[in-house]
Design a protein around this ligand. Structure first.
Ligand SMILES: [Zn+2]
Length: 327
């Protein structure tokens, strides 16, 4: 009823609907495309104007803010609103990963299918955690699907980040945090807005994504580093958010008094690398949350994608759950 294969993306054949979910590249294999969120490893299909693309309005706006290009041929999906597609219904739900991110539920009279996209199973300052849905077929991301990836309590990590930034400023330094422009950049902006009086200065790429998020009713406060933020940086009385494509050593050449932080779940394995400090803050579910989510969805068949997909599928099989890695 729901035939799931890997074809440079998750290809799903359902009654009256051939759809590919988060394709890695433009493909002719399906009539429709679903794009779960605005991280660049999920948005390649936005460049294909010939395909009809399902995505949330928030994801479309964030992609356009990042690329500064208009997307054509989209079908914006509102959370929790059912779309009829011949014998199959389609509904997107919040996945808790980043602003605008969505999981997609597809259902026929007899079978329910769920694709999580990237997801988080704890609340953050910006997103509520995904809600599990009982389903027959579950396609789940397994980025951190190895048992040693267990993240610390989120509020404790928030405290550590704020303490580090305040201490750096008091010692005469400039705190710089490297972050994805979509997701943690908004979470960090909100963290400093809510719990400190430290101004947030943003790289122009993050200014654009914060602006896009504010157009949907958020009220993030930040200063672009090329405009009002310039003087705040000079006086070292702010926290700066730069995209992760910047290298710490290159930033130290520009800002000799800076202290540089990374925020990622991978810090559990790789530490701070060339940064001064790393904080274990992830927009993904950790291993324990992945297991709990699968158990609460009660699927008959599970397909794992991304990250430790083989290991995670093997762990599920040992628990008596029918699972295999899709890619
Ligand atoms: Zn993502």
């Amino acid at each position: 009823m729901f035939d799931v294969t890997w074809h440079n993306g998750i290809s799903v054949s359902a009654p009256g609907l051939n759809i590919i979910l988060d394709p890695l590249r433009v493909t002719k294999a399906s009539d429709y495309v679903f794009i779960s969120h605005a991280h660049m490893d999920h948005t390649n299909a936005f460049t294909d104007s010939s395909k009809i693309k399902y995505a949330t309005p928030e994801t479309i706006a964030l992609y356009e803010a990042i690329t500064q290009k208009k997307v054509k041929n989209t079908l914006p999906c509102v959370y929790d609103k059912t779309i009829e597609h011949h014998q199959t219904t389609l509904k997107v739900i919040k996945s808790g990963h980043v602003f605008g991110s969505a999981a997609v539920q597809m259902a026929t009279k007899d079978v329910t299918f769920l694709y999580t996209g990237d997801f988080n199973y704890v609340d953050s300052l910006m997103q509520k955690a995904i809600s599990p849905i009982e389903c027959d077929v579950l396609v789940i991301e397994s980025t951190y699907g190895r048992p040693d990836y267990i993240f610390p309590e989120r509020n404790l990590v928030y405290d550590e980040i704020v303490d580090w930034a305040a201490r750096t400023i008091m010692e005469g330094g400039l705190p710089i945090i490297l972050s994805y422009p979509v997701g943690k950049a908004q979470e960090l902006t909100k963290l400093f807005n809510m719990y400190t009086s430290i101004p947030v200065v943003t790289h122009p790429s993050i200014t654009r994504t914060n602006e896009a998020v504010n157009r949907f009713g958020q009220s993030l406060v930040y200063y672009d580093m090329a405009k009002e933020g310039e003087e705040l940086i000079r006086s070292k009385s702010c926290v700066c958010i730069y995209p992760t494509c910047y290298r710490p050593n290159a930033l130290r050449c520009v800002y000799p008094d800076s202290k540089i932080a990374t925020v990622t779940g991978w810090a559990l394995s790789f530490g701070k690398r060339s940064a001064d400090v790393s904080f274990i803050l992830s927009s993904h579910a950790d291993y324990a949350q992945l297991i709990k989510f699968v158990e609460e969805c009660k699927p008959k068949n599970v397909y794992t994608v991304h990250g430790f997909s083989e290991i995670f599928a093997h762990k599920l099989c040992k628990k008596g759950i029918n699972a295999r890695s899709l890619c």
